[in-house]
Design a protein around this ligand. Structure first.
Ligand SMILES: [Zn+2]
Length: 358
């Protein structure tokens, strides 16, 4: 069976066409021309805006002219990734979709269902003579995957409708009514490193074994953040007998930190106290994240090198205070939509039933 045999055929037919057109981010000319051509063939009003978004309008079916207008939106580009054993040029080679049981996959590459299936659904609705609807606007946005350039470049007034339905959600048969926001913050705390005191024990404190995950998608699971665990562990001891030499945690700006570590100097007579406190914190974290994390590890190990410099105590204190106080995880659910909170809880239960994994 080919994907063009799948139902609804209008949707899968368009998806198959999209697979044939190379469309990695920043190489979207061909797929843009394909949408423009499709709009022309169907006699639909359309234009390409200054941000390379394509907007197509379809009038309401007779009798539905007074309904609120709706924008359907999907993005044109896809993430290009090929298996290491597959020579593949995403700017030239067509994606090869195939059916594997209940799933459509691609041979050796990403499929581009994100967001090709949304684009295909919009095309199927735009050309349908049967589906009844109010005024429709189809917004095909440019270059989403590498920075949402099309969405950011969309100018006020380009669209007329009041409601937007985004077709880039993760799961079928569900409408996504909100999402975690995102912000990047770069903070700098300049300091003059101080010479390390001599005769201390050089140790590394490491947080490991956390699940991590995407900062938008898995944030609802309230997983542990390695940076937070480490800062909470170190903070009470800064005035008591430890000096912070270096600290590092997390990998990507949109990933929940899975690991963090700090190199410290600990006063000789304080080492046993500190090690016991770390053991207790590990037990606390294991209890605190019961049912969420199952492999939390917080360990003190002897450092191989004795650090030459340390961070001044006041700076270390400020840094640990900051990491402890900065919000993390789901802080608040919107109350603007009735049932949103309950919906999120049901979502979380479903995820738990699936073993907390995607
Ligand atoms: Zn997407």
């Amino acid at each position: 069976m080919k994907i063009t045999d799948l139902k609804p055929t209008a949707l899968w037919g368009h998806f198959a066409e999209i697979c044939n057109i190379p469309h990695p981010s920043h190489h979207e000319e061909a797929i843009r021309a394909f949408i423009v051509d499709f709009a022309k063939r169907n006699g639909l009003e359309h234009f390409v805006d200054q941000a390379n978004n394509v907007i197509v309008r379809k009038a309401a079916t007779p009798g539905m002219e007074n309904r609120k207008g709706i924008v359907l939106q999907a993005h044109l580009d896809m993430v290009p990734q090929a298996n290491s054993d597959r020579a593949f040029d995403f700017t030239k080679d067509p994606i090869e979709p195939y059916i594997d049981g209940e799933r459509v996959k691609a041979r050796g590459t990403t499929l581009g269902a994100d967001n090709g299936i949304g684009v295909a659904a919009m095309m199927a609705i735009l050309e349908s003579k049967e589906i009844k609807h109010g005024p429709l606007e189809a917004l095909f946005t440019a270059t989403e995957e590498t920075g949402m350039e099309g969405a950011f470049g969309l100018e006020a007034g380009e669209l007329r409708s009041e409601i937007l339905i985004n077709l880039d959600s993760e799961r079928g048969h569900e409408l996504c009514t909100g999402c975690a926001g995102g912000t990047d913050a770069n903070m700098e705390m300049p300091y003059q490193a101080q010479p390390a005191p001599q005769g201390y024990a050089a140790v590394t404190v490491e947080v490991k074994g956390l699940k991590g995950g995407h900062s938008g998608i898995e944030i609802i699971m309230q997983r542990a953040n390695a940076n937070k665990l480490l800062a909470r562990t170190l903070r009470p001891h800064l005035a008591a007998g430890i000096e912070l030499a270096s600290i590092d945690g997390g990998g990507l700006r949109n990933a929940i930190p899975r690991e963090a570590k700090a190199t410290l100097l600990v006063k000789g007579d304080y080492l046993a106290t500190f090690e016991e406190a770390v053991r207790q914190m590990e037990a606390t974290f294991i209890r605190e994240f019961k049912d969420i994390e199952d492999n939390i590890s917080l360990k003190v190990v002897h450092a191989s090198d004795y650090p030459k410099e340390v961070i001044p105590a006041a700076v270390a204190r400020n840094l640990m205070d900051l990491v402890c106080i900065v919000p993390d995880g789901v802080v608040k659910m919107s109350t603007s939509m009735p049932g949103l909170d309950a919906g999120a809880r049901a979502d979380l239960q479903q995820l738990r039933a699936r073993g907390l994994r995607w």
